[in-house]
Design a protein around this ligand. Structure first.
Ligand SMILES: Cc1cc2nc3c(=O)[nH]c(=O)nc-3n(C[C@H](O)[C@H](O)[C@H](O)COP(=O)(O)O)c2cc1C
Length: 325
């Protein structure tokens, strides 16, 4: 029996890649052979998407000096229906061969019907054999036709509430869902946004998605509307704070919803710190992109973090109280 669990999934290590790392069967296989706890595949959206860089536009930027990672990939993918037919079942099979869990990331793209989309996406992902499904409540990188940034349903408690209601039926025959939430500006905001999940089918909060970019962050990417998100080592403190808020918000209504921490985990020591602060695990994307820039493969990045973590023995809780001071 492993000491680590992510919702209904028993995992060998408290670390998984986050979205936009594994988008094909080949990458899933590389990570299945690593020491990773779970593999997050996706994003997958209702319709196929080219993303924001179909012509080779720059959609990621890493500033070595500050440690800030910018991205506006815009979720390029083949669409959930095609993926559910072929890629997802294959990835599940490969994960199982190596004793790993495959979590499928799904993301609604139309804010007005995010509830219906979420329902269809989760049903298709579980139908394709996913061990777990992670619903991305909102992406900061979707550009509207007029070039502006689309609203994020995860920032709208009413829409989040509707999404939760629409998932109740789907998850009756399946497992609960994991929910990736956008970062909040302060604790009251996190708390009011997450209130709708208190009686819902969400078993684990993934906190959080990237910090939406604004003008003052600089314009390094080839997309209009300052669309996109920031993550990476520059946001380690930011990630710790979001974790504290998500843990507290997850206790609304006495439910005590588990939290997987993200944003700025680039070492086993930082993963250890987040777990001592109350997270049940950690996940990241920037670590893989930055690792690739330094010539490291997906398995090497994973194994470095997990091995460093293994040397951090003391798991006594050390509450992340500083974020409320
Ligand atoms: C290049 C890139 C693309 C991302 N795409 C998605 C996405 O499509 N869906 C999603 O749920 N999260 C997406 N994320 C956010 C990650 O899941 C995760 O929340 C974030 O990267 C955490 O910050 P970290 O990379 O510093 O750990 C993306 C992040 C990056 C860096």
């Amino acid at each position: 029996l492993s000491e680590f669990r992510i919702g209904h999934l028993e995992v060998e290590a408290p670390w998984g890649n986050a979205a936009s790392v594994v988008t094909n069967v080949h990458d899933a296989e590389i990570l299945a052979k690593s020491n990773i706890g779970w593999i997050e595949a996706g994003p997958f959206t209702p319709e196929p998407r080219e993303g924001n860089g179909p012509g080779g536009e720059k959609t990621t930027h890493y500033d070595v000096a500050t440690g800030a990672f910018h991205n506006c990939k815009g979720m390029p993918n083949e669409g959930i229906e095609a993926a559910a037919r072929l890629a997802i079942p294959e990835m599940v099979e490969i994960a199982e061969e190596h004793g790993k869990k495959l979590v499928v990331n799904v993301s609604p793209t139309t804010p007005e019907r995010a509830d219906k989309e979420a329902q269809e996406l989760v049903a298709l992902a579980y139908g394709a054999g996913a061990h777990g499904v992670l619903l991305n409540a909102g992406c900061p990188s979707i550009v509207r036709e007029d070039g502006s940034r689309q609203e994020n349903p995860g920032c709208d408690p009413q829409m989040l509430g509707k999404m939760m209601l629409s998932l109740a039926d789907v998850t009756k025959e399946n497992y609960p869902v994991f929910l990736r939430v956008p970062p909040a500006g302060d604790y009251p905001e996190m708390r009011s946004r997450l209130r709708p999940i208190k009686d819902s089918v969400v078993s684990v909060i993934f906190a959080t998605n990237t910090k939406p970019l604004n003008e003052s962050d600089g314009q390094y990417l080839d997309v209009p509307g300052e669309t996109g998100g920031m993550s990476g080592p520059a946001l380690t403190e930011f990630g710790r704070t979001q974790l504290g808020w998500a843990l507290a918000a997850g206790r609304i209504g006495g439910r005590n919803i588990d939290v997987v921490s993200s944003i700025g985990i680039h070492s086993g020591e930082e993963l250890h710190k987040r777990i001592r602060s109350g997270a049940i695990g950690g996940a990241g994307t920037s670590a893989y992109y930055i690792g690739t820039e330094h010539g490291l493969g997906l398995a090497e990045v994973t194994d470095k973090i997990i091995t460093q973590f293994a040397f951090c023995q003391d798991l006594t809780p050390e509450p992340a109280e500083e974020c409320f001071n």
